[in-house]
Design a protein around this ligand. Structure first.
Ligand SMILES: NC(=O)c1ccc[n+]([C@@H]2O[C@H](COP(=O)([O-])OP(=O)(O)OC[C@H]3O[C@@H](n4cnc5c(N)ncnc54)[C@H](O)[C@@H]3O)[C@@H](O)[C@H]2O)c1
Length: 297
């Protein structure tokens, strides 16, 4: 795919953040949009602005974990536009907590949205993309799909899974001679509502976590992220690492190998101050600590 103009593009989780910025950018480049979100209010704002830009838009309230709904949604979009070229599996949630404290259900919820939501969207739209003769799958993983951090095991697991799934898909499309390109996206900290919408195990101050993420970790605007993602789509690139923070850490992990883990534990104080406080408390044998705040990328 060398041009977005006239293409039919589907964006999940388009009611906020990166998904919304992608939808606006696609609309400005002349795409026809199908946008969805579980949040009808956020989605309505996105649709309003797409109409101002002047692009054709189909919209639906859609929960990406509802497989039957995603499958019929794909057919609905294909019959509305006659063709589907791009699926951007963007919808996602964040959750903070150590494995010791997290319930099975909390881990499963993150996997349901962040991994199975991507699988549902990919499988539902893939036949339509193949039929289009010029398709592209864009799956949003994370910097946390390239490296793991304490307190983000469920999110890490989901985002590493998205990466594995997406890279295999790209190879399968090439092996099978389908004209469907595939890009896995790894953003660093992007200024969106993700931390404000995030959950955490009991004892975490979610508001403080969000404030810390917004002030210290979210360095890239959603608009810049969307631009970088669309550059990767037009360039048919397998991977888009978005933001300077993600680019630097990606290189660091590749240079250091598994030793990056020790550095992250040592550097946790600067990245995540309350994690360091916890580490200090944990070093004292008879004291237990919790209440540390960590952020997502
Ligand atoms: N913001 C970051 O720093 C960052 C970094 C790396 C990766 N990401 C990923 O980017 C994607 C977009 O996140 P964002 O930062 O724009 O966050 P956001 O919270 O601003 O937007 C996410 C959107 O997904 C929607 N959503 C959540 N669960 C859903 C579901 N079950 N079905 C349909 N929609 C659902 C939300 O309603 C929201 O509108 C996510 O996959 C996230 O993991 C974000």
């Amino acid at each position: 795919m060398t041009d977005i103009k006239g293409k039919v593009a589907v964006v999940t989780g388009a009611g906020s953040g990166i998904g919304r910025a992608l939808a606006y950018d696609l609309a400005r480049r002349g795409a026809k949009l199908a946008v969805s979100d579980v949040d009808a209010t956020g989605l309505a704002q996105t649709v309003k602005q797409i109409r101002v830009i002047g692009a054709p838009v189909h919209h639906a309230r859609l929960d990406v974990t509802d497989r039957a709904a995603v499958l019929s949604y794909a057919d609905e979009v294909a019959s509305e536009f006659g063709v589907v070229n791009i699926i951007m599996n963007n919808a996602g949630i964040a959750f903070t907590g150590d494995i010791e404290q997290m319930s099975f259900e909390q881990i499963e919820r993150v996997m349901d949205v962040d991994f199975w939501g991507v699988v549902n969207g990919t499988k539902a739209f893939l036949p339509h993309l193949i039929a289009s003769g010029d398709g592209h799958v864009v799956n949003i993983s994370s910097l946390f799909g390239l490296l793991s951090v304490p307190g983000q095991s469920a999110y890490n697991a989901a985002k590493f899974a998205v990466r594995g799934f997406t890279e295999a898909l790209r190879q399968e499309m090439l092996v099978n001679g389908h004209n469907v390109h595939v890009t896995c996206v790894h953003p660093g900290g992007i200024k969106t509502a993700i931390a404000r919408n995030a959950g955490a195990v009991d004892g975490h101050d979610v508001a403080a976590l969000a404030a810390f993420f917004d002030a210290k970790l979210a360095k890239t605007s959603p608009e810049a992220a969307a631009k970088s993602i669309l550059r990767a789509v037009i360039g048919n690139r397998p991977r888009a690492v978005v933001g300077l923070d993600a680019k630097i850490l990606d290189i660091a992990v590749r240079v250091l190998g598994p030793a990056y883990q020790r550095l992250l534990v040592m550097g946790a104080g600067r990245l995540m101050p309350s994690a360091a406080a916890h580490a200090a408390v944990a070093d004292e044998p008879k004291t237990t600590g919790n209440g540390r705040a960590r952020a997502s990328a």
